[in-house]
Design a binder for this molecule. Structure first.
Ligand code: 2RA
Length: 354
């Protein structure tokens, strides 16, 4: 019998992208697809692969008969409901932050550690944070070849990392400055936004104006000035790559881009690396596109990655002053590979593993 797939959070931003991904697959291994959401969205009818499916309300019974349940819901909803799905016999593939660092929950990127899907004592498998995920296919491939020792990363994170409210905020901020004398507006963006009735700080998803600006902050405040997002990059990279001692230092920055997280990466390896060898390794990966010819004006930008599955990698350089070290720039759609696509690929990997 073909496995039954459930999608919890079917009507949210990532859930919607998930349905687009399921629709775009040439074939799917599922006998049935069940859509699940909160009581507010239950009863809606969504079309998946040409079939109308009524959204069911999240209740323990909806997981009866489900083999794999993908969760695209807030942390607290996953924390409560993924174990319920597992207790009903489903394998939960969770895209929230609730279980990522649980030692009994594998954190899986199919290009890097697909074998971990079978090591799931709690019946739960976690999907990484979109910032970490955007560079994992590339770093996994380079690690296999050259042995990764240290990563210094700066992120350029899109507004949609903060969900639909993040996109709405950027849209409102853009409208407020449109047509203004930008030279003047740039001097006091907050005042321009306040005058237009747009929240700044407090009620905004971002702690400072994002338009005409960049904000060196994502997530919540942790010890010693680190943001939760920066610690996720460190902890999740170590877990996924299977290098508990990996040296990682991250600075996470929000930029006025709608979708696609970009990362500037300084990566040090245990063996000698060259740009040509790195290009060859990266170019051989089915989910990576190398776009790296500065003389021809070719490098990855977020616009190149939006709406697509592959990670785009370029600006590959050998560090001038650091041995065995490469600099590179990576762009990945944070809503696709960064969230829905990886979750779905994990579900496919589980199905294929039987
Ligand atoms: C962000 N990575 O970009 C976080 C949330 N997914 O805000």
């Amino acid at each position: 019998d073909k496995p039954v797939l459930a999608l919890v959070g079917a009507t949210g931003a990532v859930g919607t992208t998930m349905i687009e991904i399921i629709d775009s697959r040439e074939s799917v291994p599922w006998g049935e697809i069940r859509l699940i959401a909160s009581a507010r969205s239950a009863g809606k009818v969504l079309t998946v692969r040409g079939q109308d499916i009524t959204v069911l309300e999240l209740k323990p019974e909806v997981f009866d008969g489900v083999d794999i349940a993908m969760f695209d819901v807030p942390d607290e909803v996953s924390a409560e409901w993924a174990p319920i799905a597992a207790s009903r016999g489903a394998i939960a593939v969770d895209n929230s932050g609730a279980f990522r660092m649980d030692p009994e929950v594998p954190l899986v990127v199919p290009e890097v550690n697909p074998e971990k899907v079978t090591e799931r004592p709690k019946g739960i498998i976690a999907n990484p944070n979109c910032t970490t995920l955007s560079m994992m296919a590339a770093m996994g491939a380079l690690h296999r070849e050259f042995g990764l020792e240290a990563l210094v990363v700066s992120s350029y994170q899109a507004a949609s990392g903060a969900g639909q409210p993040g996109i709405d905020q950027l849209q409102a901020e853009l409208s407020a400055v449109a047509g203004k004398d930008l030279g003047k507006a740039a001097g006091d963006v907050a005042a321009v936004l306040t005058e237009a009735g747009i929240p700044v700080g407090g009620d905004s998803p971002f702690p400072a104006p994002l338009v005409l600006n960049v904000v060196p902050w994502a997530g919540s405040l942790k010890d010693d000035g680190w943001s939760s997002e920066e610690l996720k990059v460190r902890n999740e990279s170590r877990k996924i790559l299977g290098i508990p001692e990996l040296k990682v230092s991250a600075t996470c920055v929000r930029v006025p881009v709608v979708t696609t997280h970009a990362l500037a990466i300084h990566a040090t390896f245990s063996s000698e690396v060259s740009v040509d060898a790195a290009r060859k390794v990266l170019g051989a990966q089915p989910t990576i596109v190398v776009k790296d010819d500065p003389a021809a004006g070719e490098w990855p930008t977020p616009a190149d990655a939006v709406g697509g599955d592959p990670t785009v990698v370029g600006r590959i350089r050998q560090s001038l002053d650091f041995p065995n070290t490469l600099e590179l720039f990576v762009c990945g759609d944070n809503l696709r590979k960064g969230a829905a696509l990886n979750t779905y690929e994990v579900a496919e990997t589980v199905a294929a593993a039987g």
